[in-house]
Design a protein around this ligand. Structure first.
Ligand code: GLU
Length: 420
């Protein structure tokens, strides 16, 4: 599951945008505004490490477009983060928020580091210094970070605490994905997967796939991947394989998604998972015949080299950008329903929005309320996408972009950014 350095991820965004923009005959001014990120801040973050030496980490925050509201998006800590990647991820957030109809623009952040090799103290120092560096451009009404790859509720707590100290004001609305004691929402930790479960259920209805006993393969067993396994299993599906960067496990009779998650939480990786499983490589995992494939790792995982081996009826993209445009074309031609990232994983940012709303009015909802509201948002985004796809004869991804772009265009025109 390594990254292909030759691959230009922002070009994926541009190609997806182009396809939808052509289909909409989109105004060139809107097109130009959506093509470029509004702002990217590059920072250097000095941290005194446990050995006494100073290490300087590189970090980025990109705000892609804020026509619909303050920008929103996660921050990842990863050893291979690049500015261009953060910009692509920020653009996806713009389209994702517009598609599900929440009042945010898109942003994303990243710090080049390997949290697996850092102590908790080092991570805390890095988190706090990063927020100091971003402070001028973030805030509950400007830009609201959240968890992403290798960041969690603890990192969000440090972000929030540091910002609150700088401002002298308790500011839970600065970030989402916090623990509940600090204003986190019920269901935020599993929201990406819960949303994915709702749209996968709708997708299965669309193609007439019976979920009872339907086979599921999960690439990447972090937060989104593991909860996806657990929720899809609740719908009657059978998780037959999963992996992470340490390796993969396969059992055609089905794996216990919850036990797998607990094992990973305790051991930090899936390797060594006991029981009757066969160990498989990432390549083998992606080539397994299954009903539902959930790529929940990094970008560019389903590409022209391996797409020929993919054998799934539905691909539900839990990760951002897991499928390259070439692979996407092959899959759609072959009749696979690809539920694109901006729809499939939008549950995360949707419950982030709920969390932020609760923070701003200081009144908290119960779990049922969060889940019900999420289901409504996800099902209606699925239906809007489906209607567009059927009406215009386009793929689900292009349809999702078209719905999003229509909203962005309307807002740009209303705000006087463009004249239509
Ligand atoms: N990092 C998540 C995403 O890519 C969540 C962003 C958020 O909650 O703001 O959608």
């Amino acid at each position: 599951m390594s990254k292909n350095k030759e691959f230009k991820i922002y070009e994926v965004v541009l190609s997806q945008l182009e396809e939808a923009a052509n289909e909409l005959n989109l105004d060139p001014q809107v097109r130009a505004l959506l093509k470029e990120p509004m702002r990217t801040l590059i920072v250097s973050i000095p941290v005194r490490m446990d050995d006494g030496g100073i290490r300087v980490f590189k970090g980025f925050r990109c705000q892609h477009n804020d026509v619909l509201g303050p920008t929103k998006g996660g921050i990842r800590f990863h050893p291979q983060v690049e500015m261009e990647e953060v910009e692509a991820l920020a653009a996806w957030m713009t389209f994702k928020c517009a598609l599900v109809g929440i009042p945010y623009g898109g942003a994303k952040g990243g710090v080049l580091c390997n949290p697996k090799e850092m102590s908790k103290t080092e991570l805390e120092k890095l988190s706090r210094r990063f927020i100091q560096a971003l402070e001028p451009i973030i805030g509950p009404e400007k830009d609201i970070p959240a968890p992403d790859v290798y960041t969690d509720a603890q990192v969000m707590s440090w972000f929030m605490d540091e910002f609150s100290k700088i401002k002298g004001v308790y500011s839970p609305g600065l970030v989402t994905g916090k623990p509940r004691i600090l204003g986190g929402s019920y269901g935020r930790d599993s929201a990406t997967a819960r949303g994915l479960m709702y749209v996968t259920r709708e997708g299965a209805k669309k193609i007439g796939l019976d979920l009872e006993g339907a086979t599921v393969v999960i690439q990447g067993y972090g937060n989104a991947g593991s909860f996806s396994g657990i929720f899809l299993r609740e719908l009657g599906c059978k998780v037959i394989a999963a992996n992470d960067s340490s390796g993969g496990v396969y059992n055609p009779d089905g794996l216990n998604a919850e036990k797998l998650r607990d094992f990973k939480n305790e051991n930090g990786e899936l390797q060594g998972y006991p029981g009757s499983v066969k160990n498989i490589s990432n390549k083998e995992l992606l080539a397994l015949e299954c009903d539902i494939l959930v790529p929940a790792a990094l970008e560019n995982q389903i590409n022209k080299e391996n797409v020929g081996n993919i054998n799934a009826k539905i691909i539900a993209e839990a990760a951002n950008g897991p499928t390259t445009p070439e692979a996407d074309r092959v899959l759609n031609k072959g009749g696979t329903l690809v539920i694109p990232d901006i729809l499939a994983n939008a549950g995360g940012v949707t419950v982030s929005y709920f969390e932020w709303v609760q923070n701003l009015y200081n009144y908290y909802w119960d779990r049922e309320e969060v889940d019900q509201k999420l289901e409504k948002v996800m099902v209606s985004a699925f239906n809007r996408t489906n209607e567009m796809a059927e009406e215009r004869g386009v793929t689900f991804r292009t349809a999702a972009y078209m719905v999003a772009i229509n909203r962005l265009t309307e807002a740009m025109a209303a705000r006087g950014w463009v004249e239509l």
